[in-house]
Write a protein that binds this ligand. Structure first.
Ligand code: NAP
Length: 284
């Protein structure tokens, strides 16, 4: 059996086209959606992510700007800027690119963002709302995965779901969304015993590990939906996921590729969250 591929690039494009009308309607009401991305330091990968986020906004008519600081900047200066942006009526979303330099208290910075502008959904209050099944903002990567399930007509209710990875950014919010959707969820981590024993039971398998081709075909239940969140750079410069795509393609029922899978959906859902924030402010 060859799996059906869930094309994240095509879905991202389809959604972004649809967002344009919402942006136009908001702009006409004087609420052009605006996103500010704060970047501290000059990590090359972060610079690329931030550029893509800003350009993604501009391409659909939103306002977006990047604010950069030297890696040695005092945390208080960044907190002061966040306070200014919290009060700025033209800004609907504020995002601080992670990771931050070592001298920063990441939690304090994330908590400084106003909950109704926290488009990454990382503020403790927004994490709590998600855990209670009443999210204000859904973290962008797992939100994108949920949209891919929708596109692939994947019914999650009553399914065995296994998430490999328990990070605050991907694994945990992914597990919460699957729980909220009625799946029976197992979350694995680096200490999990008999990982393959868990993954082979999974109707839905989400890999967010950060290790190239970690999930092999023998770990996948025939017909399973396999979502590859991983983005790994190989020595030859090419990108690859956490899933051995070629091998798993022959076992899975549906699968996402890397590149062109979850990656393009992440920024798309950041745009969605910023538009949703502006719509809430406009009373729509
Ligand atoms: P992370 O914070 O490093 O978390 C990785 C998780 O994998 C940890 O919970 C870790 O367990 C677990 N793990 C590591 N080795 C394992 C093993 N042998 N068996 C089982 N679990 C294992 O990474 P992340 O931020 O969640 O990101 C994961 C991957 O997704 C990375 O490749 C990242 O680049 C990618 N990513 C992609 C997007 C996108 O837009 N597509 C967005 C964010 C991240 P412990 O907790 O026990 O250490």
């Amino acid at each position: 059996m060859t799996a059906q591929i869930i094309d994240g690039k095509a879905l991202a494009e389809e959604l972004r086209q649809r967002f344009k009308a919402r942006v136009e309607a908001l702009t006409a009401k004087g609420q052009r959606p605006g996103l500010v991305v704060i970047l501290v330091g000059a990590d090359p990968a972060s610079e690329v992510y931030v550029r893509n986020k800003v350009n993604g906004c501009l391409a659909i008519g939103m306002h977006s700007e990047k604010i950069t600081y030297d890696a040695a900047v005092d945390q208080q200066i960044v907190l002061k800027k966040i306070a200014e942006l919290n009060a700025d009526p033209n800004i609907h979303g504020i995002l601080v690119q992670l990771p931050l330099p070592k001298h920063f208290n990441e939690e304090a910075v994330l908590e400084a963002i106003a909950v109704d502008k926290d488009v990454d959904g990382f503020h403790a209050e927004n994490v709590g709302a998600l855990a209670q099944g009443n999210p204000r903002f859904i973290p962008c990567t797992p939100y994108g995965v949920m949209k891919m399930f929708e596109k692939g007509n994947v019914d999650l209710s009553g399914k065995e779901a296994v998430v490999i990875g328990r990070s605050n950014i991907v694994g945990k919010p992914m597990a919460l969304l699957l729980i909220n959707a009625g799946a029976t969820v197992t979350v694995c981590n680096s200490r999990t015993k008999d990982l393959a024993g868990h993954t082979r039971r999974a109707d839905i398998l989400v890999a967010a590990v950060g290790k190239p081709r970690f999930v092999t075909a023998d770990m996948v239940k025939p017909g399973a939906v396999v979502i590859d969140v991983g983005i790994n750079r190989l020595p030859d410069g090419k990108l690859c996921g956490d899933v051995d795509f070629a091998g798993c393609l022959e076992v899975a029922g549906q699968i996402t590729p890397v590149p062109g899978g979850v990656g393009p959906m992440t920024i798309t859902m950041l745009l969605a969250n910023t538009i949703e924030a502006a719509e809430r402010k406009a009373g729509l």
